[in-house]
Design a protein around this ligand. Structure first.
Ligand SMILES: Cc1cc2nc3c(=O)[nH]c(=O)nc-3n(C[C@H](O)[C@H](O)[C@H](O)COP(=O)(O)OP(=O)(O)OC[C@H]3O[C@@H](n4cnc5c(N)ncnc54)[C@H](O)[C@@H]3O)c2cc1C
Length: 402
C-alpha cells in the first residue's frame, strides 16, 4: 500500500544532505532538512582552507545546494525529541512533526578535560575556526616580526596529518608576503600513541611520517598532551614553547543523543539495528551511528543513499533492505602533490595518490551537485595563497613593484 511519508532530517552535513536530496527524488516523500548552520561544510577541505585555500572551497550554502530540489530547509538547532508526539523541538522554539526522523548530527570537539585546551587551542572543524587560525598566523608575523616560533598540531590522525603537511608551505608564503625571510619556524605534530594513523597499517604510518619529515615537520610519537597555557603546550616533563596549538585529536558524539536518552555503545555511538534504526521510525546515520566504518564522509554519504532508498521502499509498502557497510578508500594528502592511499590490500603514497584524492573530491562534490557545478567547486577548492584580509599582505599586494 502506498503511503506518503513526511521525512524530517536533522543535520545538513554529508549524511543528512545526501539523504534529503535522494528522498526528494520521490514524489512519495515530503522532505524537510533542519540544520543549525546555513552552509554545508566539506570537512575534508578544511585543512586547505586553513592554509590558504578559499573558504568557498569547503563551505557551500545549503539554500543553493537544495534550490529546486524539493527539500524544505529550516535553519534551527534541534534540542529535544518528543517520541510520543513524533516531533522535534528546536532552540528557536519551533516544533517539527515527522513520520520518519533521520538524525545525522555529526561529532563535536572533545578536549577530554585537558586543562587550557578549550581556552587556548585552535581548531579546524568549521570555516570560522579555520579563518580564526589563519588570522592568528598572519597577526603573529605582524606583531612579532620574525620570532622563533613553534606550531604544534596535536593528533596524528588524517586531519592533523593533512594540516601538518600543508602548513610549512603556507607559513613560507605568508613570510614572503610579509617581507620576512627564513624565520626559524618549526611545525611539529604530536601523537599520544606509538605511530601516526593508529588505526592504519604500519607501512602507511611510516611512509606518512617520512613524508612529513621531508617537508620539515617534526613528528613526536608516544607524546601525550597534559595541558596548555597561553605560551606553552605541556607534553611529558618538558613544555613546548608555543602560541599556536591546533587540536585535532578528539571528537565525541553530538550531545543531542545523551540529552534525549538514546542507547549508546561502549564506544559512545548510537546503537542501531541492521536498518540503521535506533528506535521505531528514528534512524541514525554517519558519524553518530555504531556502524563498522562510521567516522568518514564516504560512509556518511553511503548511509544517506541507503536510508533514502529504504524509506522510499517503505512508502510503497515494500520490505526494507538490510544495511551493508561499504569499505572506504583512505586517501590522505600530505603536502602538495603527494597522498597516501589504503585501498583494501593496496598501499602506496605519491603523486598518483594526489590525483586519486582530487578524483575523490570531485566525486564527493558530485554527490551533492551535477557534474558541471561539482567541477567548478573542485576548482574553487584547489585555490591557493588566499591571504584573507591580512592588512600586511594586502598592502604588499597593492604596492607598486619597486
Ligand atoms: C577537519 C576534518 C577533516 C576530515 N577529513 C575527512 C576526509 O578527508 N575524508 C573523510 O572520509 N572524512 C573526513 N572527515 C570526517 C567526515 O567529515 C565526517 O565523517 C562526516 O562529516 C560525517 O558526516 P555526518 O553527516 O555524520 O556529520 P557532519 O557532516 O558533521 O554533519 C552534521 C551536521 O549537523 C549539524 N548539526 C549538529 N547538531 C545539530 C543540531 N542539534 N541541530 C541541527 N543541526 C545540527 C552540523 O552543523 C552539521 O551541519 C573529516 C572531518 C573533519 C572534522
Amino acid at each position: 500500500m502506498t503511503k506518503k511519508i513526511n521525512a524530517v532530517i536533522v543535520g545538513g552535513g554529508f549524511a543528512g544532505t545526501k539523504a534529503a536530496l535522494e528522498l526528494a527524488k520521490s514524489s512519495n516523500c515530503s522532505v524537510t532538512l533542519v540544520s543549525d548552520h546555513a552552509d554545508f561544510r566539506y570537512y575534508p577541505g578544511l585543512y586547505h582552507t586553513a592554509t590558504g585555500g578559499k573558504s568557498a572551497g569547503s563551505s557551500m550554502p545549503l539554500d543553493k545546494l537544495l534550490k529546486g530540489k524539493g527539500v524544505e530547509f529550516v535553519q534551527a538547532t534541534a534540542t529535544k525529541l518528543d517520541r510520543k508526539k513524533k516531533q522535534i523541538e528546536t532552540a528557536e522554539g519551533k516544533t517539527i512533526a515527522y513520520d520518519s526522523l533521520i538524525l545525522a548530527l555529526g561529532n563535536v570537539t572533545n578536549y577530554f578535560g585537558i586543562e587550557g585546551l578549550a581556552e587556548h587551542a585552535y581548531g579546524i572543524k568549521s570555516i570560522e575556526e579555520a579563518d580564526r587560525f589563519k588570522k592568528h598566523l598572519h597577526d603573529q608575523f605582524i606583531e612579532k616580526g620574525c620570532p622563533d616560533l613553534n606550531y604544534v598540531i596535536v593528533g596524528g590522525g588524517p586531519t592533523g596529518i593533512e594540516l601538518a603537511g600543508a602548513l610549512p608551505n603556507y607559513l613560507r608564503a605568508i613570510m614572503k608576503k610579509h617581507g620576512l625571510k627564513d624565520c626559524p619556524i618549526q611545525v611539529k605534530i604530536v601523537e599520544a600513541l606509538p605511530q601516526l594513523l593508529p588505526r592504519s597499517p604500519k607501512d602507511i604510518a611510516e611512509a606518512v611520517a617520512k613524508r612529513l619529515q621531508r617537508l620539515g615537520v617534526e613528528v613526536l610519537l608516544d607524546t601525550a598532551v597534559k595541558g596548555q597555557t597561553a605560551d606553552a603546550l605541556m607534553v611529558g616533563d618538558s613544555p613546548i614553547k608555543t602560541e599556536t596549538v591546533v587540536w585535532t585529536a578528539g571528537v565525541s558524539i553530538n550531545p543531542f543523543f545523551k540529552a534525549n536518552n538514546f542507547a549508546m555503545t561502549e564506544r559512545n555511538k548510537v546503537v542501531v539495528d541492521e536498518y540503521l534504526q535506533a528506535e521505531p521510525d528514528i534512524y541514525v546515520l554517519g558519524d553518530n551511528a555504531a556502524t563498522e566504518f562510521s567516522g568518514l564522509a564516504q560512509t556518511a554519504l553511503h548511509d544517506g543513499i541507503y536510508i533514502a532508498k529504504n524509506i522510499i521502499r517503505r512508502s510503497y509498502g515494500d520490505e526494507p533492505e538490510k544495511y551493508l557497510p561499504k569499505e572506504p578508500i583512505y586517501v590522505i594528502p600530505v603536502g602538495k602533490n603527494w597522498a597516501s592511499v589504503q585501498w583494501g590490500k593496496l598501499h602506496f603514497g605519491g603523486l598518483v595518490g594526489w590525483f586519486l584524492r582530487l578524483a575523490a573530491d570531485l566525486v564527493g562534490f558530485h554527490d551533492l551537485e551535477p557534474w558541471p557545478k561539482a567541477s567548478k567547486q573542485l576548482l574553487v577548492s584547489m585555490s591557493h595563497e588566499n591571504f584573507g584580509d591580512c592588512p600586511a599582505c594586502n598592502k604588499k599586494e597593492s604596492a607598486p613593484a619597486a
